[in-house]
Ligand binder design. Structure first.
Ligand SMILES: [Fe+2]
Ligand SMILES: [Fe+2]
Length: 148
């Protein structure tokens, strides 16, 4: 990929996080205001979207970044660990909601949200370094800041 194309591709990658933010907000609403059934349905869609996004990062974007330098490869290693943690927490959330335990589900979601925000900040730093520009809107994307 040429440099200009690479920059554009990384911006597209960053914009994909807006959709995740929107689904996280929807799940927060379902979890806090709806019942376990509604929350489970919302979690299924969120989990599927997370998985598609993580797969794209791991198969397409991360290998490009890793190939740039050993330092970049190290940063990617750290964010990959974040994917593993988030995947596990999504599974745990599904288990709590399956059991109808909304209290555990809400607590588990708070923990997930903290880690997800941290993960996004790590990826934002990488995108910022690669594109040489701040992610759009200073990192606040459309549909971000879900109600916790
Ligand atoms: Fe991401
Ligand atoms: Fe990620």
């Amino acid at each position: 990929m040429q440099d200009a194309d690479e920059g554009a591709a990384f911006e597209v990658w960053w914009e994909e996080h807006s959709e995740l933010d929107r689904l996280v907000s929807e799940f927060a609403l379902a979890l806090n205001d709806g019942g376990a059934v509604e929350a489970r349905k919302s979690l299924e869609l969120l989990t599927e979207t997370f998985e598609n996004h993580f797969s794209l990062e791991e198969l397409v974007y991360f290998p490009i970044i890793e190939a740039l330098s050993a330092e970049n490869a190290e940063k990617v290693r750290a964010v990959k660990l974040g994917h593993g943690w988030i995947r596990n927490q999504l599974e745990r959330l599904a288990g709590w909601l399956e059991a109808g335990d909304l209290v555990a589900g809400r607590e588990g979601f708070e923990t997930l949200l903290d880690r997800f925000r941290q993960h996004e900040a790590e990826e934002e730093r990488i995108v910022h370094e690669l594109t040489g520009s701040k992610a759009k809107d200073g990192g606040q994307r459309k549909g971000s800041s879900p109600a916790a």
